[in-house]
Write a protein that binds this ligand. Sequence first.
Ligand code: FES
Ligand SMILES: [Fe+2]
Length: 421
Amino acid sequence: MDITKVNEIKSKIHYEVGRTEPPEGFPKFHDIPKGRYTSQEFYDLEQKHVFSDSWVVAGREDQIPNVGDFFTFKKLGEPMLLIRGKDGLIRCFYNTCQHRGAPVVRDEAGSSKRLRCQYHSWSYDITDGSLVAVPDEHDFVDFDRTQRCLPKVSCETFEGFIFVNKNPNAEPLLTSLGTAAEMLKPLDNLSLKEVYRESIVIPCNWKVTAEAFLEVYHFKHIHSNKEGWATLDSRRAAMGLYAGGHSRMITGYSDQHVNLTGMQAWDDWKPLDNGDFKTMESTSQEYLDMLDCTSTAVSYFPNTIIPLGSFGYPVLLFWPINIETTLLEWWYYGPADWEGDAIPEHWQKRAKQFDQIMDEDKYNMAPMWESLKSPALSGVPINYQERRIWHLHEEIDRKIGYQNIPNELLMDQVLEPHLER
Ligand code: FES
Ligand SMILES: [Fe+2]
């Protein structure tokens, strides 16, 4: 993302500020059928076709820096383990012993030269999952070790993130991320260090939860401060829809916030004084300036949203637990400019501010879920500013397959001509 691209985004925002209606030719949306949130059948289809065939973030590479380091992962239903092999690469296996099904590792994280099941000590290789030791092997008639390897889960890394995909024949991660990869690429993500992790369980469908982070239409109504103004101006938002259901949104600051920052106007993008925070390394100063002077976020289909900043970022993950329960996690990363586990004071302050915003969003969700389910709401009308939500739903349908979806729950596929390439 160089200066040309950054300037392109700036002029897109200028266009958004000036328009008085959606751009010519922009489609009229039908209501999103409510059953897409409330029908168990639809939820089951999402589990089967979306979460079983999409790349999702399981963790960060620096969680397992050394050969044999592992952590377990259960967010996709079946227990899995991620481990760094002897070749230095990270792989994912189902954490299910191929003898009688005990978990191979029981600790949430650790380090091991071999994956030894505690029940009868069958042992697996940390690099390829092959079965390397079986006590009293001669007592299994016609035993073939090669048929009893730990089953693999597709696993790839990108910019320090470890992604997994339950589809053993998944398309390569970078192909799947496509253009959306460009949002992280200019940044030196590998040098970041975890600041803190937080999570909450919300009684709400996972899409209702995630959708709160796909638009800024709500921003000033929910996130205004005591003086009655919000940091962002939702009319100053340039959205980009990418193939694969990914998207991004870049939103300019409100005039009140511009006054506090040392900017002359919302479009005066330049390095800001971020006090004690260390700026990330980047291949593009213009990109960092944009991150400083806007709210910029990228969304990776289906359940990852990263609000990017010049001095690090939180990673938001939305995990469906059941149709009306979502685990929302956020992991914050910043340039490693401190030693040890104690988080420096400026980061503690930042964490508090960010958790406050998350609280304001959370406050809305449980009551919203209750009232959304009421027969009083027939469908969900979506406006131009909320088009990233529609884009998410379109991709869900493409993943599930139109023929598998009940007619009354189908979305029109209309945004293809509006994708950014
Ligand atoms: S169940 Fe793992 S060795 Fe028996
Ligand atoms: Fe919000």
